[in-house]
Design a protein around this ligand. Sequence first.
Ligand SMILES: Cc1ncc(COP(=O)(O)O)c(C=O)c1O
Length: 399
Amino acid sequence: MTQIASRVERLAISQTLAMSQKSRELQEKGADVINLSVGQPDFPTPDHIKEAAIEAINQNFTGYTPVPGYGDLLDAIAAKLKRDNQLTYAPNQIVVSNGAKHSLANILLTLVEEGDEVIVPAPYWVSYVELVKLAEGTNVVVPTTLEESFKITPEKLRAAITPKTKVMFLCSPSNPTGSLYTRDELKAIADVVKEADHPIYIISDEIYELINYQGKHESIAQFDEIKDQVIIVNGVSKGYSMTGWRIGYIAAPEWIAKACNKVQGQMTSGAGSISQRASIAALNGDHEPTKKMLDAFKKRRDLVVEGVKDIPGFEANVPQGAFYLFPKVESLFGTRYEEYTINNANDLCMYLLEEANVAMVPGEAFGAPGYLRLSYAASEEELKEALARVKEAVKKLYK
Ligand SMILES: Cc1ncc(COP(=O)(O)O)c(C=O)c1O
């Protein structure tokens, strides 16, 4: 009999981490694994940000921090929201946390309880559904397809809303699909949410804001009629290549920010002092390194989009943001090679890891079993080699 609480028993282990673990094991045995399963930019944090952190240490920013974040970081975030998104938030509407994942956990603990339904458009980022379970809520997963560019339509959203709906997720640019919602699409979603006869809160995950190949970032918080039901989640992890620094934030109605502050005050206190000082430099400083990173990602995106066209059974669209491709692979289900039988994306990813030494993440992890996720946060040489290997391995499969 296990002593572990049921809320933890219900949690799944992150499949993205499971795939990384398996590829590490193969690497330790000497295999030349190309890892396309990772969710972080393969660039170092820009120098001016690192220097700000060193400066912070030398200036003894080493004590506890205010729970919602240093005042000048809150100011920098408010200024960023004004400058980049034309959104007005006061510092007391912002809470800084230990990464955007922590921000998401705070919001769900703040808003969701047993009996509440949370609408999760799929493919979704792995942690959404698990955090909803931790908050004792019920996931209402709404599948979308490649043909819909993986975006929830107003009709599908309307059909998913019930009197119990408390929260919905939106993620644009999206992990795992790279899709972007246009302004008009966001407006249509805002209209459906506004039509509901009780308030539904939108968690707008904008962590990939700066990795956008299309142009202007659009936030659903721009529509005044819905702004007081939107919680923006963002952070420095992806756009400034700072995943290890662990700084995320929310911008929300004041009462939600206050409640998140209360949760965080008891759970973790304020985020790390050095990382907060570095984040001020990131937000206020030179964005040239981010632009260079974006150019590199765009070249790689084009490379993988072209490359997968030559892989039999892979069908993909052109992602407009983030650094992932999400090809449909279900036509390969029911094939085999030697001791391998491919019944699902899990089997396919395991086969490609063992036969081609290329690690990717099966769509099951994102609530989309007919697909897999390929991260192109890797060098062009690695990407070319990986695509060639995958093509060879897939060609060996037969019905
Ligand atoms: C869609 C999405 N939201 C949130 C996060 C969490 O970001 P952080 O590293 O700041 O916790 C990630 C990280 O992979 C992500 O892909």
